[in-house]
Design a protein around this ligand. Structure first.
Ligand SMILES: Nc1ncnc2c1ncn2[C@@H]1O[C@H](COP(=O)(O)OP(=O)(O)O)[C@@H](O)[C@H]1O
Ligand SMILES: [Mg+2]
Length: 416
């Protein structure tokens, strides 16, 4: 049994619309013409404000709700053509209130679906034990207890274990960690991410919390009221390239991003730039560039101050490095520039790398928006490991101090 692991499934929404008919024609849909594909083995997070159609979207996958139009294709097969009971048994479902049966023991709760599938008792009991251990609950201690004897976080783990019981290729999780306190929630998130590394299920995960979406999602679908898909892609897209004002506001409104005001460029692993002095022989510069991952030279003056980037292919075949082919300059940052300011400068710039300079204006290296995003993700994960409260206090204080928005407030301005 252990390690067998069903293969994950691809889920494809094709122009799926759901209208709750209340007679009135032309009422806006709860879900509107939704098209997106979740690749097998990935976590796709549906995120958006209350009432935007997240739960409706989820329930159409296991057909607790039938679409008004469109199809949901699971591994090439239209869910509408499958037998409902069989379909549901192939899909684990975790909801916020867990919905454990109060008069059944924890082991019996976890074994619900295997029992329905007529597994012999010894087999489903063994499976229940295995799953309880998997979600971090000692089966000997917890198996015989009743739901009311467990904490909220423990019940939520049981809910996950129960949903995994028949080893379904798909999991639907509707605000699964919403009902527990923030510390337990972060622990459950981390445990679940670790579990998913092994399980590699295809997961549709609903939340209204953009922090949770960014942390949990391989892909994020931002929805807005009316069941409209505002943006779909990897989480970094929502931060670096919001598709609309709505997404920008939804992402920006979240306190998580304000953490970027707390950190500074000096906290990043600044990349070494390959530099070339104006006037130096181009053959030497080409030699240094050959072993660099980034095919651009940063031209500097006699004081190592940046002049501009030069593509390797634009280096003169022989002769000396000159500045007239330099492409646009990058924003200039110092180690003291906040990541929030650095990101906003990068998003406005033509070149997606900002140059870090020291107090005298000499080049120290460069950073990219991607590096800032990586920092952000790591930060969310680091914080999950425990020191949440104090960092939050600092975040609030600093965010207030720098809340005026507008242009960059630290670091020299890029040259015109
Ligand atoms: N059974 C129902 N009958 C009528 N309207 C419903 C029903 N369920 C949900 N809705 C409406 O559909 C919209 C989307 O709801 P839902 O999918 O639950 O949103 P979310 O999970 O994002 O909060 C909301 O406007 C909600 O009021
Ligand atoms: Mg909901």
């Amino acid at each position: 049994m252990t390690g067998r692991g069903s293969t994950a499934a691809t889920i494809e929404f094709r122009s799926v619309t759901k209208r709750y008919d209340r007679g009135a024609k032309g009422t806006p849909g709860a879900v509107n013409d939704l098209s997106l594909t979740v690749p097998a083995g990935k976590i796709c997070v549906l995120v958006g404000p209350s009432g935007c159609g997240k739960t409706t979207t989820l329930k159409m996958v296991n057909r607790l709700i039938e679409p008004s139009s469109g199809q949901i294709i699971i591994d090439g097969v239209d869910a509408a053509t499958r037998e409902v009971t069989e379909l549901r048994r192939s899909i684990g479902y975790v909801i916020q209130q867990v919905g454990l049966f109060p008069h059944q023991t924890i082991a019996d709760n976890v074994g619900t679906v295997p029992r329905l599938l007529n597994w012999p008792k010894a087999r489903w009991r063994a499976r229940a034990d295995e799953l309880l251990a998997l979600v971090g609950l000692d089966p000997a201690r917890y198996g015989g207890r009743y739901p009311a004897q467990l904490s909220g976080g423990e019940r939520q783990r049981v809910g996950v274990a129960r949903a995994l019981a028949a080893d379904p290729p798909i999991m639907l999780m509707d605000e699964p960690f919403g009902a527990v306190d923030p510390i337990v929630r972060e622990r459950l998130q981390n445990e679940f991410l670790r579990l998913q590394e092994e399980l590699a299920k295809t997961i549709l995960f609903v939340t209204h919390d953009i922090d949770e979406a960014i942390k949990m999602g391989d892909l994020v679908a931002v929805m807005q009221v009316g069941g409209i898909l505002a943006q779909f892609g990897p989480p970094s897209d929502m931060l670096t390239n919001p598709a609309s004002e709505f997404v920008a506001q939804f992402v920006g409104a979240d306190r998580g991003l304000k953490r970027l005001s707390l950190a500074r460029v000096g906290d990043l692993p600044i990349h070494q730039a390959v530099t070339a002095r104006l006037g130096e022989p181009s053959s030497q510069a080409r030699g240094r560039l050959a072993s660099a991952p980034f095919p651009f030279l940063l031209l500097v003056d006699a004081e190592d101050r940046p002049v501009g980037w030069l593509a390797g292919k634009d280096l003169p075949a022989d002769g000396s490095v000159i500045g007239d082919k330099a492409i646009a300059m990058s924003p200039l940052l110092t180690r003291r520039t906040t990541l929030k300011d650095a990101l906003s400068m990068l998003l406005d710039a033509d070149v997606q790398a900002a140059i870090v300079v020291d107090r005298k204006g000499a080049v120290e290296g460069f950073v990219t928006a991607e590096m800032i995003f990586d920092w952000f993700r790591d930060d969310v994960r680091r914080r999950s490991e425990g020191d949440g409260a104090s960092a939050d206090g600092r975040a609030a204080a600093t965010a207030t101090a720098t809340a005026s928005g507008g242009g960059p407030s630290a670091g020299p301005a890029p040259p015109a």
